[in-house]
Design a protein. Structure first.
Length: 499
């Protein structure tokens, strides 16, 4: 049984250790992969623990577009075979290609490629991946985030060929991740949830589900505590701490090191490399915006004085929008539509994601406040102070929707997310239906405690314990990274039928 691992950016270390554990503890020996960013590729080439039969390098494929001659007939045939129904979704999911973001800081939004260059990128990626799959013939593909042209193409190509796909998905439940055959729902969880409900509820996982739900309701905490207002620079004072002499000196030291590393790097011309002078420009602009602050734009938080619907702004750009809700990436347009779909005396409370408060320009919030029944809530206010008092929570694909369900609140979602399976959630696929849908959910909110416990039980039974954010972003010890992903490797082995 041969596996292909999509080893994207810093996730490369996580995926590699899953492959290593599958080899050492579950007897699998054949692996191939595709790597992103030069440091990850260099690490994978230099290691000797997993013998990848072939290791594609995204940067090398990407660079070929410069010499590629556009073949309209090939693009048309590609669109006929893999279009959704067009090929635009493969481009739109890639933040670097479409907006030059990741290498530039939000709110930068300027494509670095022409239309023809984007078509040539599609062409070189499709040719390289077709050749790769023809030669390697993997039985399964393991994905982390699907956030690039090549990763999304590989996913669809694998599906078309009948190759098993496994995406490692966040469950918005503390340290719990799911291996799913699709990126927009939990296939294994759903199979248990919609199966024999009585047998499901007799599993030991039922006890864990009940304990988790009880603890969450007594002391609500987000799945990732570092994203809360308490851990993010959401106030003007916290955003200006960089002016302290000690912090300023440290910042200059980091900038100097980044410039030195960039000039010495073999990959300084890679398309995914951040140019240090661009980083400096973006940093200066952000800090200049933060000097002004947002205090004058926030509305009073008076949840006991009025009926309201809560819409939490999403972090962006992120695959939760680009991949799972591609028609709602313009949150300002969606807010305007929601606001005008509410009963006329209702307010729409909007609060920014704590990690975005220092990035969004004032013009964004001013545009938002043009809606007369919209109130902009201070980003320092916890969502858990808002959700329990809301009549309804509206979200695209956010974790606030899942938290609202557990707090017995009705939810309307606008994207494809795992919690759409529950009766407490109404998915809005047609914006013309939104006013009637809101009216219906406000008049007859639905909460089914046994259904929620059954879904949580299936989640705890099928999921794997994984502190991914820590392992991915903060853990420097490679051995601890490896140990941390052991539950994922075991879950993978179960999905493959070898445990």
């Amino acid at each position: 049984m041969k596996g292909c691992f999509v080893l994207q950016r810093r996730f490369a270390y996580i995926g590699h250790y899953v492959a290593q554990l599958l080899k050492e503890e579950h007897g699998l020996s054949e692996f191939c992969g595709i790597a992103y960013t030069r440091p990850s590729f260099d690490f994978l080439r230099s290691q000797t623990d997993v013998p990848y039969s072939s290791l594609l390098f995204d940067e090398e494929i990407h660079a070929r577009y410069k010499q590629e001659t556009l073949d309209p007939a090939y693009i048309d045939s590609l669109e006929r075979e893999y279009g959704l129904p067009s090929l635009w979704p493969y481009l739109a999911v890639d933040r670097v290609v479409m907006s030059n973001q990741l290498v530039r800081e939000y709110p930068y939004d300027r494509p670095r490629y022409t239309h023809e260059e984007m078509l040539r990128l599609l062409q070189v990626y499709a040719k390289a991946l077709t050749k790769f799959l023809d030669e390697e013939r993997p039985d399964y593909v393991f994905f982390g985030p699907i956030g690039s042209v090549s990763a999304y193409l590989l996913y669809r190509m694998a599906k078309k060929r009948g190759i098993k796909t496994f995406a490692l998905l966040m469950s918005s439940t503390r340290n719990r991740y799911v291996l799913s055959e699709t990126y927009d729902t939990f296939t294994g969880v759903n199979e248990l949830f919609h199966g024999d409900r009585s047998a499901l509820m007799r599993l030991p996982a039922r006890v864990a589900a009940e304990a988790f739900l009880k603890e969450f309701r007594e002391r609500p905490l987000p799945y990732f505590e570092k994203s809360t207002p308490a851990h993010q620079p959401v106030t003007r004072r916290s955003q200006l701490k960089f002016l302290h002499p000690t912090r300023a000196a440290k910042s200059f030291s980091v900038i100097a090191r980044n410039i030195r590393d960039y000039l010495a790097s073999e990959g300084r011309d890679d398309y995914s490399t951040i140019k240090p002078w661009d980083a400096i420009k973006d940093l200066v602009r952000r800090k200049a915006r933060n000097l002004i602050g947002l205090r004058d734009l926030y509305d009073p938080f008076t949840p006991d004085d009025e009926d309201f619907v809560f819409f939490p702004l999403h972090y962006e750009p992120e695959i939760s929008l680009l991949l799972q809700a591609p028609t709602h990436t313009d949150q300002l347009a969606l807010i305007r539509h929601i606001a005008r779909s509410l009963p006329v005396r209702y307010k729409l409370y909007v609060k920014d994601h704590p990690e975005m408060a220092q990035y969004r320009p004032r013009s964004y919030y001013r545009a938002l406040k043009k809606n007369p029944n919209v109130k902009l809530i201070d980003a320092s206010v916890s969502s858990f102070a808002i959700t329990p008092k809301a009549k309804l929570v509206a979200t695209i694909t956010g974790s606030t929707g899942w938290e609202a369900i557990m707090l017995k609140k009705p939810v309307i979602s606008f994207g494809h997310q795992f919690y759409n399976e529950l009766s407490a959630v109404s998915y809005c696929g047609c914006m013309e239906d939104l006013p009637a849908l809101i009216k219906e959910r406000l008049a007859a909110p639905r909460h089914d405690e046994e259904e929620l416990l059954a879904f949580l039980t299936a989640l705890f039974e099928d999921g794997a314990e994984l502190n991914l954010h820590h392992l991915w972003m903060d853990e420097p010890d490679f051995e601890k990274k490896r140990e941390g992903v052991r539950p994922v490797a075991r879950a993978m082995a179960k999905k493959l039928g070898i445990v």
